[in-house]
Write a protein that binds this ligand. Structure first.
Ligand code: HEM
Length: 232
């Protein structure tokens, strides 16, 4: 039996609201990508069997729109948490807006580029994750605005905003499709990173997405304890 020669402490970092956001966002993105790719290029249609219509396209478009509303709700919740969530959920904690976070970003980059074996222990998100999540957040806003423009081109306020930012509905559809690939790449890289991270450092980040807690070396926790983190 191999025993880690290190003492770990359990720190509670992710509120129920953040976990609700995470899983709503994850499942809605999966549904949106799958149904979206079908809408873009349907490999099977049902037109040949008019005597037994199954309306596959109509059904999948309907699922796309239902998932879209969950996606929008998740983004509204995350926006609220960026300002009013706990310490680790606020934008200030994970953006490279001060010297310490910039250094932390560099250390994380070195770790992922295999330039060092020194893992960057952080209670909340790493700064690198924070930067990627910010890009995804703005990409999500683009998906929402282009999607709503595609769905309700006749509603005057949506038409005004949509045509101002994206021009024609066809252009909005093109942008919507291109940004779909950002989400596909993000999902694949995200899954790769969490699994890889679980092998490299025993933080339990995968189960943490359910439980809300993380395991950190005792000395790292001691440093933070005087500040705010309620550790168990
Ligand atoms: C990560 C989020 C999303 C992804 C990956 C995604 C993906 C896609 C893709 C690939 C298409 C096909 C585009 C094409 O034909 O070239 C599509 C169409 C569409 N999406 Fe999304 N979408 C997302 C979010 C949304 C949201 C938030 C809405 C808002 C209501 C939305 C509404 C629509 C509409 C109305 C269409 C056109 C359907 C049609 O023309 O029949 N999507 N989506």
């Amino acid at each position: 039996m191999k025993v880690e020669p290190r003492l770990y402490k359990r720190v509670f970092v992710w509120s129920w609201a953040l976990r609700l956001f995470h899983w709503t966002f994850a499942f809605s993105i999966a549904a949106l990508i799958l149904t979206g790719l079908y809408i873009h290029n349907p490999p099977i249609t049902t037109t040949w069997a008019e005597f037994r219509p199954s309306f596959l396209m109509a059904t999948l478009r309907y699922y796309h729109f239902v998932a879209a509303y969950f996606f929008i709700a998740a983004i509204i919740l995350r926006t609220y948490l960026l300002f009013f969530g706990n310490k680790y959920e606020r934008a200030k904690d994970f953006l490279p807006v001060n010297r310490e976070n910039l250094r932390s970003l560099w250390r994380t980059l070195k770790f992922y580029l295999y330039l060092t074996d020194e893992h960057e222990w952080r209670e909340g998100h790493t700064v690198l994750a924070g930067v990627i999540y910010t890009i995804i957040f703005f990409s999500a806003l683009i998906m929402i605005f282009t999607g709503l423009y595609l769905l309700y081109p006749e509603v005057s306020i949506i038409k005004k905003i949509g045509s101002f930012f994206f021009g024609t509905v066809q252009m909005a559809r093109f942008i919507h499709y291109l940004f779909n690939w950002i989400f596909i790449v993000f999902v694949l890289v995200h899954l790769y990173i969490v699994i890889w991270n679980d092998f490299k450092a025993p933080e339990a980040i995968i189960s943490g997405a359910f439980s809300g807690s993380k395991f950190l070396p005792a000395e790292v926790v001691e440093k933070e304890v005087n500040k705010e983190a309620p550790y168990i």
